[in-house]
Design a protein around this ligand. Sequence first.
Ligand code: CA
Length: 293
Amino acid sequence: MADAVEVVVNAGAEHGEGAIWHAQTHRFYWVDIMKGLVYIYDPAANTNRAINVGQPVGTVVPRRSGGLMLAVERGFAALDLETEALTILADPADRAPRTRFNDGKCDPAGRFWAGTMSYDSGVIGAGALYCLDADHKVWPRVANVSIANGIVWTKDKRTMYFIDTLAYTLDRFDYDHATGQISNRRPLICFPETQGFPDGMAIDAEDKVWVAVMGSGRVFRYDPESAALLSTVELPTPQITSCAFGGPNLDELYITSSTLGLSPEALANDPLAGVLFKARPGVQGVPADEYAG
Ligand code: CA
């Protein structure tokens, strides 16, 4: 069980998301989706740089050749950290109208996976999960997705877990590390709808998953194979969106949150909504993979 959760950045994020720690640079990256902001938190300097990319940004991952990769409204994009120039590398031809890119991460081979969702709330199945290879070719991998969210791979590089929020499930796929093909989909965890919306996800060194559940004020640690709930981290605000292990020993859990949909009165009563938090959950994470292209 975690001890006290601390406030890391009170940036007034509208909808903090996309948590990822980059071990090579000791930076924590996150986004504020509809504001089009990419944040770079430097714990040594205690600074949180904001870069406005001019369109909604669903997630961020480090790029091996330098800079960052983003899943923005209109596709997969590269962000130059010196010029802050954004270059769209691929926008899938089959992406449905009134959709935007949302959450995603890189697989152990350095492919960038990210999925889409509808702008119209409650629309089922308008999104898809895509995979961007290192050569910038993009492949649709899962159709009929409602809100593409948490995605992780196991240590043996043979299994991928993926959350479609409006399906309330964590699904398992066999993952082919050499080709990026996935197969044999089946649901492992069915999240209780009364608890909130299963959102972002991290995986730890024991192949257990940490799921941020929007509306619950908690991050839940599950054994994905048995669906057993192992532990929880409690946050002082309900709208919890994503999480990632970070810090020099990968034993800190960074957790993003959201003010989305809160009235001014509700916001006044919930001053920690939108804050970036950090917990010490008692286990280590694994280093995030960079985009290889
Ligand atoms: Ca999300």
